[in-house]
Write a protein of this length. Sequence first.
Length: 184
Amino acid sequence: MSRTIHADVITEIAKDNFQQVTLISIAFDTTVYLTNGFHDISYSGNSYEAGGHFLGITQIKESSDVRVGNIKVTLSGVNQAYVSIVLSQNIIEKEVLIYRAYLDSSNAIIGDPLLNHKGKITGFTIGDDEKESNIELTVASHWGDFDKISGRRTNTNSQKLFFPNDKGFEFSGSTVKDLKWGRP
């Protein structure tokens, strides 16, 4: 993904000491804005919450190859609101945006944050034990559906998705042996 880095950001990261934060936007039914910074951060009219609920992301790998780039976003499960969202809403295919921002000495964003990853949620796990509770979202790039096989299958369950009362494929598995396709 090509990026343009704001001149002020280049100046800031050339210094010996700079502060970097991650901003993450998760488009649940009501979009959630989180940051790993020490205080709430405003960007593009949204307030990114610094309550410690965003625990981290796996390394984002980039290459020139066309491939599915998966990352894991870890949220704290201590706040039951996020557990409730994951369990009650259809979160698969919801968009996730991950930005990297640099802050000045007054904790204001310098220039424009860099978009590090844009993807959709493809799965999740909830881990809960006596020591911690985490929600791990699997986020894939837009190539996530590249290998997906589209269309319908010729079986009863696929037919019932579209026509619940149709029994046309009920015995298709047993009759396929009797069909003489291309044979005399």
